[in-house]
Design a binder for this molecule. Structure first.
Ligand code: FAD
Length: 497
């Protein structure tokens, strides 16, 4: 029921994803008796579990979806308001929720995440992947699909093409190599055989309890609970569920209509020119695989591919719409709320963290923002600390976690660790690469600048991450050791001990 009275809190955080929840937890532990509100559109929140600081900057954790009541039980000073925020008046420090409440704040942190940047809006054959709902929709549509087109070359596309079985996948990438967001052509070359190999059959049930399960309303099979988003058809731009995270596909069997794996065909260096159905009047000239399909994709390389549906995995757009009208936020070119080194936006007392924000400070030469789970946690935690420091009028310096970019993940069943300027980002010609590759086993790449290690890609069980993290952080001159650095017969850990 709508409540039109105004309720005011010392701290208000918007968004129950990993950034928002971590921010609330941090504020609650600093101020156990302060009134803190979490306003979130979803009924479930994301919680970090099994957090492990692997080395100095590398961290690992699992993520669980929990009912929002779990947060209130853990922190009695927290009030969770389940509603989408419809508007913000930064001048009066007031938020309006879509269910009619006015919520006042002393300090606000916006953690509303991002949504898939879809190839085209309102096209029923184009799906995005963001939250549990959208993966369920994908799973449902896949079950009767014989061919799908995946467009995009980032982490989600990489995981998807590997996980989908029982249907042909045409993978459209704009680059010369797959996985360009994380890898260079050498690493892509190392990974390609995994796409061609028979992929292992997967369990239908998540091995680790990351997402809660619940009985379907019809008492039928167990289904994964929706992340509580205000569900609409597909994963359109107005969906407000939390983003999935590491191992998001483990709980979902992504199988097409065919019994056997149908392989992945990669269309390099091209994009989508047109999407049309057979009933559309616009029809390009027929091509070889122009058979009868629900939808067709005309590519910029001139080919036309028929398929059952298209997965658009071409990046994300920060969820800022509800907060902009009537306010004066500085936005970054990617549409994110620009934040300074204290996670503050350009509006007084308004902070932002996670996918919705863009780091506007002068970054360390070894760090860059990527909209990843790890950074959402780090930013939410650091924003909470900055809000607390401001209230206590204490100085605070940019946290050490923003010193070096580091990320652990899994692609094509290989452990992947990426560090610093792993793709020589921004280095121009001013760098040198060292590579060691054992087919089917490991791929190691080191980026050196002026003899110092500034980035690395480690694929497989290389056991090099700790040593390389140290070498990048301490910026030791490696010129005398260059020839030995990737020598597999040398125990590099001992070498630099
Ligand atoms: P979100 O998790 O998106 O949370 C946003 C929250 O804000 C939600 O609770 C939403 O309900 C709420 N909200 C939005 N708008 C409003 C509003 N107007 N009012 C109230 N509440 C609102 N990262 C990795 O590091 N590793 C991976 O392997 C990985 N895989 C991924 C796979 C997929 C399919 C996707 C989609 C993302 C993946 N990511 C991965 C990225 C990672 O999930 C995100 O970077 C991270 O979850 C962002 O967290 P967040 O808290 O900023 O936003």
């Amino acid at each position: 029921m709508a409540d039109h009275s105004m309720d005011t809190f010392q701290f208000v955080v918007v968004g129950g994803g990993i950034a928002g929840v971590t921010c609330v937890e941090q504020l609650s532990s600093d101020f156990p008796s302060a009134r803190v509100a979490l306003i979130t559109a979803a009924s479930h929140i994301k919680a970090v579990t099994n957090f492990k600081q692997v080395f100095q900057t590398l961290e690992k954790f699992d993520v669980e979806e929990r009912p929002s009541s779990a947060l209130q039980e853990k922190f009695p000073n927290v009030t969770v308001i389940q509603s989408a925020v419809g508007g913000l008046c930064a001048d009066t420090h007031t938020l309006q929720t879509e269910d009619g409440r006015s919520v006042g704040y002393d300090k606000l942190c916006i953690c509303s995440g991002a949504r898939p940047k879809l190839l085209t809006q309102n096209q029923p054959y184009v799906l995005g992947v963001r939250d549990t709902d959208s993966v369920q929709e994908l799973q449902k549509r896949l079950s009767s699909a014989k061919r799908i087109v995946v467009v995009g070359n980032g982490g989600i596309a990489l995981e998807l093409v590997f996980e989908v079985g029982g249907c042909e996948v045409v993978w459209v990438v704009k680059d010369k190599a797959i996985g360009n967001t994380f890898f260079d052509a050498g690493a892509a070359h190392f990974l390609i055989p995994s796409l061609e190999a028979q992929r292992p059959a997967r369990d239908a049930v998540c091995k680790r309890a990351r997402y809660t399960t619940e009985e379907a309303p019809d008492g039928d099979l167990h289904t994964f609970t929706a992340s509580g988003s205000l569900r609409r058809q597909g994963s359109g731009p107005t969906d407000t569920g939390s983003a999935l995270g590491p191992d998001w596909h483990e709980g979902f069997l992504l199988r097409g209509a065919e019994q056997t794996s149908q392989g992945v065909r990669v269309e390099y260096e091209c994009g989508v020119k047109e999407i049309f159905t057979s009933s559309d009047h616009l029809r390009p000239p027929p091509e070889s695989d122009y058979g009868s399909w629900p939808v067709y994709v005309q590519l910029t390389n001139g080919k036309t591919v028929g398929c059952d549906f298209i997965v658009s995995a071409t990046g994300v757009v920060p969820n800022t719409d509800a907060f902009l009208p009537g306010n004066d936020f500085a936005l970054a070119v990617d549409g994110g709320l620009r934040v300074d080194e204290h996670m503050m936006t350009s509006e007084p007392d308004v902070y932002a963290a996670g996918d919705v924000c863009t780091a506007g400070w002068e970054p360390s030469p070894l760090w860059q923002q990527m909209r990843l789970w790890t950074q959402a946690r780090q930013m939410g935690w650091y924003a909470g600390r900055c809000m607390a420091a401001c209230v206590l009028t204490q100085p605070i310096e940019l946290d050490f976690c923003f010193e070096l970019f580091s990320h652990i993940t899994k692609f094509f069943n290989y452990k992947v660790v990426i560090l610093g300027k792993f793709n020589a980002q921004g280095l121009g010609a001013d760098h040198e690469l060292l590579v060691r590759c054992t087919k089917g086993h490991e791929y190691v790449k080191v980026v050196l600048r002026e003899g110092k290690m500034v980035g690395a890609v480690l694929i497989g069980e290389t056991d090099l991450e700790e040593t390389f993290e140290n070498l990048i952080l301490n910026q030791m001159d490696l010129t005398p050791y260059k020839d030995e650095l990737l020598n597999p017969n040398i125990d590099i850990e001992d070498y630099f001990d």
